[in-house]
Design a protein around this ligand. Structure first.
Ligand SMILES: [Zn+2]
Length: 218
């Protein structure tokens, strides 16, 4: 693929999208656009967008399209994304979002990576995840901060997010399957979907994603 690199990464929460997107974003020098991070910082800052979104997130529900699409389109219109491209993490999640994105921006997605991880693997990863309330750094039950449970980076409280509790996880995974299947089908028909197995060694997963990016000719 040539610059601008315009990529979307799909995968269940807990599939490792965040980690892989950080690596790819660094290697290809493209903005990592995470709707989850955008939402959480809006919730924390108490913006109108954040307040609307938080009602849904606390229940483990997806934030409705109209709440999120405006924020994403605005981000993708900024200079860095126009010039270098973007790596979408956690968006689109539904066929309606994908179609809305397609019609709202001129810079269409060139490659969609479907990071595939089995549901039971994801369930175990998510229920052991702990996150710093201060800076967002991620830990797990098996990889705690040096002084439990205060962040090594900023000293903030390290907690289990409300949407990582088992009931919220189960709801989210069921929703994911229901909403993403048509999305995967749609991108597949367009010929821009590549599925990458995401449960193995992190470096191997990264190198398979890099191969997929290099395989795109546009
Ligand atoms: Zn922290």
């Amino acid at each position: 693929m040539n610059k601008p690199f315009r990529i979307a990464m799909l995968g269940k929460q807990g599939a490792g999208k965040g980690t892989q997107c950080s690596r790819i974003s660094e290697q290809f020098q493209i903005p990592h656009v995470s709707t989850g991070d955008m939402l959480r910082s809006a919730v924390k800052a108490g913006t109108e967008f954040g307040l609307r979104a938080s009602e849904f997130m606390e229940r483990g529900d997806l934030v409705p399209d109209e709440v999120i699409i405006g924020a994403v389109v605005e981000r993708l219109s900024q200079d860095d994304a126009v010039n270098s491209g973007y790596l979408l993490d956690g968006f689109p999640r539904t066929l309606a979002q994908a179609k809305a994105l397609d019609s709202a921006i001129d810079q269409a997605v060139k490659l969609v990576i479907n990071l595939e991880v089995a549901t039971d693997v994801v369930l175990e990863r998510l229920s052991s995840r702990r996150v710093c309330e201060g800076c967002g750094r991620t830990y797990s039950v098996s990889n705690p901060p040096t002084s439990p449970w205060h962040c090594d980076t900023c000293g903030g409280d390290v907690v289990q997010r409300a949407d990582d509790k088992p009931e919220a996880i189960s709801r989210r995974l069921a929703l994911y399957d229901e909403l993403t299947s048509p999305l995967i089908g749609w991108y597949s028909e367009k010929g821009i979907l590549v599925t990458v197995e995401g449960s193995g060694d992190l470096d191997i997963v990264t190198s398979n994603i890099v191969k997929a990016i290099h395989s795109v000719e546009a």
